[in-house]
Design a binder for this molecule. Structure first.
Ligand SMILES: Cc1cc2nc3c(=O)[nH]c(=O)nc-3n(C[C@H](O)[C@H](O)[C@H](O)COP(=O)(O)OP(=O)(O)OC[C@H]3O[C@@H](n4cnc5c(N)ncnc54)[C@H](O)[C@@H]3O)c2cc1C
Length: 479
């Protein structure tokens, strides 16, 4: 008989969280900590969503999305998770760029960028200062008509090299383009510039294990292999969910699943106003990714001067659409030294990431798909050779992930790595006005994507759910 992953589940909860990405887990943790009865349902066989990892024989562990996040993660983890998790967050000091326009290493913060821009790039100090002040002053309520491209043109007219320095890492970090609203750039860029790029030491497996323990401590009922097919809605709002063929009642639902799937598939368009349905259908998904995971043979080392993050490109100019092209010219290499997992065996790993289009991979036959993945591995090794000489001799295994892989593990439409474009944020925020008790927390609108954006969005939404539940006199929160 197949295992019942819902064995012992209660017939009713205060809130059901659908999906255990960082936003879903954070919402569940805060609501559990506040004393609400929380059920966290994850369709995959492990928690974490895109914050995930996989293991291969030879004690190799690969991280999927642990490449870098802003300092704010430390504060958010301390406040909404625990001190033990926050204590593992450390800065990456060697961020490298190598492209036909410039090669440099930076700590990726305002001070160092000011030195670079006013030094080798020859920009007037006042223009640099004004640019940083403008970016830092941006917030969600600002005018959204200015694009990122226009912002750069205002401060650094005609300077394609400056645009590349300022934009390339952010495009990798959340898929944003020069055509997106400038505020999406300004907010994310300023978050990084505050103190630089940080990483979780211990690896994603350690982080998610610690989060799982905290969820258990806070009384969250967490279930894996539980695929929610329907969010049940009645006259008074959310009534429950249908999961693995079973109905479970609840007063509120936080969906961490893809925004469009939540509205169009799990709830159903008949429950929303026509304009909201039209707005939801118009939400554009963000792009997907490809990755190549490479493990060095035990005993083979690479010097830390190779860098922590390396943005490399052979394209003469920076163009956001080139970063998505199947004919890859630009990659981000993440180098994982043994310090990434200080308690494990001494292992070095390299992960190459590129932004990618779903359409380039979706309709390949199985043979074409296998060949295309192999080609991705080979061309990546060719590109790595410049930075790790004789890399083919040093590498024990290399394998690829594609937009199809990301879709398979997370159910994100089009394998979206970074949620939706900017318009997704208003739709996500509008859900509770359409249906009482229905919320979405997860990567949307560029600003709310990435590890920090997802966690912070989980916090915002959990506060709203807490208010709703506390209005219901039958619920007495603990604190
Ligand atoms: C290749 C790559 C590299 C990245 N690198 C970085 C980086 O360096 N720094 C950074 O900050 N961010 C990075 N990101 C982005 C970051 O990982 C994500 O923005 C963030 O983890 C998303 O969290 P989330 O809460 O939106 O949910 P997700 O991680 O998208 O998780 C959603 C969860 O919902 C589950 N789910 C979906 N539907 C259902 C259903 N019907 N029933 C039950 N469960 C369901 C899924 O299985 C999944 O677990 C990267 C992403 C990718 C793909």
């Amino acid at each position: 008989m197949p295992k019942d992953f819902l064995a012992g589940v209660l017939p009713e909860y205060d809130v059901v969280v659908i999906g255990s990405g960082l936003a879903g887990m954070t919402s569940a943790n805060i609501l559990g900590r506040a004393g609400h009865r929380v059920l966290l349902l994850e369709q995959h066989y492990k928690l974490g969503g895109l914050a995930t990892w996989f293991k291969r024989p030879g004690s190799h562990t690969f991280d999927i999305s642990l490449h870098g996040f802003p300092y704010g993660m430390l504060k958010s983890c301390r406040r909404y998770w625990n001190e033990e998790i926050a204590a593992n967050i450390h800065q990456l000091n060697n961020i490298r760029f190598d492209n036909p326009m410039f090669s440099l290493t930076t700590t990726f913060n305002r001070e160092d960028f000011t030195k670079l821009l006013t030094g080798p790039f020859g920009i007037e100090p006042e223009a640099v200062k004004q640019f940083f002040e403008t970016a830092r002053g941006m917030n969600f309520y600002d005018d959204q008509s200015m694009t990122t491209g226009e912002l750069f043109e205002k401060f650094f007219p005609g300077r394609e090299d400056v645009v590349r320095l300022l934009m390339e890492p952010i495009t990798y970090a959340n898929g944003s383009t020069l055509e997106d609203p400038a505020i999406t750039y300004g907010i994310v860029f300023s978050n990084f510039m505050a103190k630089g790029v940080f990483i979780y030491e211990g690896g994603t497996d350690d982080l998610v294990t610690k989060m799982q323990a905290e969820l258990t401590k806070n009384g969250v009922d967490t279930r894996i292999r539980c695929d929610v097919s329907k969010i049940l809605v009645g006259a008074g709002g959310v009534q429950g969910v249908l999961v693995n063929g079973r109905e479970i009642k609840c007063k509120a639902v936080v969906s961490n699943s893809n925004l469009r799937s939540t509205i169009l598939d799990m709830v159903g368009v008949e429950h929303f106003e026509p304009q909201f349905v039209a707005d939801s259908k118009a939400v554009r998904l963000n792009n997907s990714s490809t990755q190549v995971y490479m493990a060095l043979k035990p005993g083979v080392t690479i010097p830390e001067s190779t860098g922590d993050l390396l943005f490399c490109s052979t394209a003469p100019l920076f163009r956001t659409n080139l970063l998505l092209d199947r004919n890859i010219t630009s990659r981000t290499f993440s180098f994982y030294y043994p310090k990434t997992r200080p308690t494990g065996k001494e292992r070095f790993a390299i992960v190459s990431s590129t932004n990618a289009n779903w359409s380039d991979w979706a309709n390949l036959t199985e043979e074409e798909y296998a060949a295309s993945k192999q080609d991705l591995v080979e061309t990546t090794l060719d590109a790595l050779e410049k930075y790790v000489p004789n890399c083919r001799e040093k590498i024990e295994l290399a394998e690829a992930a594609t937009p199809r892989t990301f879709h398979h593990y997370t159910k994100h439409q089009l394998g979206a790595s970074f949620g939706t474009k900017f318009e997704g944020l208003a739709v996500s925020r509008g859900l509770p006005q359409q249906i009482q008790g229905l919320y979405h927390a997860g990567s949307v609108g560029i600003i709310m994507s990435g590890w920090l954006g997802a966690i912070n969005y989980g916090v915002i939404v959990s506060n709203e759910v807490d208010s709703l539940l506390c209005k219901d006199s039958s619920i007495l929160p603990v604190n």
